[in-house]
Write a protein that binds this ligand. Structure first.
Ligand code: MG
Length: 349
């Protein structure tokens, strides 16, 4: 396949509809294949081989240190979260550093210390890597690939789902949602995007908002043990709006979301209002959206809260009455919640 003309735009890597179209046109057709049940073109959070899942992600957040974390913490959270939302236990990680010549060793050490702390916390072995120093204005970019393994909590979750419905997959897939299931978000949204944006030059509101970067496996293993989760995603770039639309589209079910039930700090809502940003499209780095069989939804919610996710909330349900994600507002009006075209803020992860 040869494509002539045009150049890559920043939207082509910004985690929304433009990026998805770019990948489907330029990248995926050249390679599409699978080593297990998940194809490259499925664009799930990880793909699988044997009893493992495999994923990779590159982090270019600016600035590299922000309230609540750093690019190092983000690199462990982001990659392990893409493994954890498959129901897999993160086990192995690689580390590739691309560092701008002149980058301060002290800052680099702080970033690597955070990575080391969170890999230990997760019991992840970091066993291979690569380093390049470049004369280009990038600061630091980090790539981490990761491998996760099948585990008893995942098996238990799928067994519980199968007590209620057919579930043909080995992993928790983002195409796995059925109709009349319950939509849960694990906590308050938009805090990563808002905290990073608020550290940028020219913007510094007096906000006490920190990035929510966190490895979701640390609570998901308990929640999977309760069971009944049919689909999961971590809502990163493109935010909650993107994650809901991806699950809806891939699963072939519509959704109704009750706007007032979406957990969000008032200061985050206000910040987004002032800057004309949609909090539903802002990045998160420690949250999970999950679809749960109706019979298990209350138990799953309870287990999320018990595992420390005290702002977890049921925000809606799936339906076969329409195909779209519909947002029901406080005053009872309904509007379609489309997937964002691109993340509203560049370089947040
Ligand atoms: Mg993901």
């Amino acid at each position: 396949m040869i494509v002539n003309g045009g150049v890559v735009r920043k939207e082509d890597g910004a985690g929304g509809r433009y990026m998805s179209e770019f990948l489907k046109r330029i990248v995926i057709p050249r390679f599409d294949s699978s080593a297990g049940e998940i194809k490259l073109s499925d664009m799930d959070d990880s793909s699988d081989f044997d009893d493992y899942v495999f994923t990779t992600d590159t982090y270019v957040v600016d600035p590299p240190v922000f309230p609540g974390g750093s690019i190092g913490k983000l690199a462990v959270c982001g990659t392990s979260n893409d493994i954890a939302v498959m129901g897999a236990e993160p086990k192995i990680m690689s580390l590739s550093l691309i560092i701008q010549e002149g980058f301060e060793i002290q800052l680099l050490s702080r970033i690597l210390d955070e990575m080391a702390f969170w890999t230990k916390k997760l019991d992840i072995s970091l066993i291979t890597g690569d380093t390049k120093v470049v004369n280009a204005n990038i600061g630091i970019a980090i790539n981490t690939s990761g491998i996760g393994v099948r585990n008893a909590s995942l098996e238990r979750n799928i067994d519980v789902v199968r007590e209620y419905r057919r579930y043909p997959w080995k992993w928790v897939r983002d195409c796995g949602a059925g109709e009349k299931e319950v939509i849960i978000v694990s906590g308050r949204i938009a805090e990563h995007g808002v905290s990073v944006l608020n550290t940028r030059e020219g913007i510094s509101f007096d906000l006490e908002v920190e990035s929510d970067a966190y490895p979701v496996w640390l609570f998901l293993r308990d929640v999977l043990e309760v069971g009944g989760i049919t689909a999961m995603k971590d809502p990163t770039r493109g935010g909650l709006a993107n994650a809901l639309n991806e699950i809806s589209e891939k699963s072939g079910v519509g959704m109704v979301i009750h706007e007032e039930r979406i957990p969000m700090l008032e200061s985050v809502r206000g910040f987004c209002d002032v800057l004309g940003l949609d909090p539903l499209a802002m990045a998160n780095e420690g949250k999970v959206v999950m679809i749960v069989v109706e019979e298990m939804a209350d138990d799953v919610l309870k287990s999320l809260r018990k595992a420390g996710q005290k702002y977890a909330e049921i925000i809606g349900y799936t339906t076969s009455e329409h195909q779209e994600v519909v947002l029901e507002t406080k005053i009872g009006t309904r509007k379609i919640l489309p997937p964002p075209m691109a993340d509203p803020v560049p370089r947040v992860c």
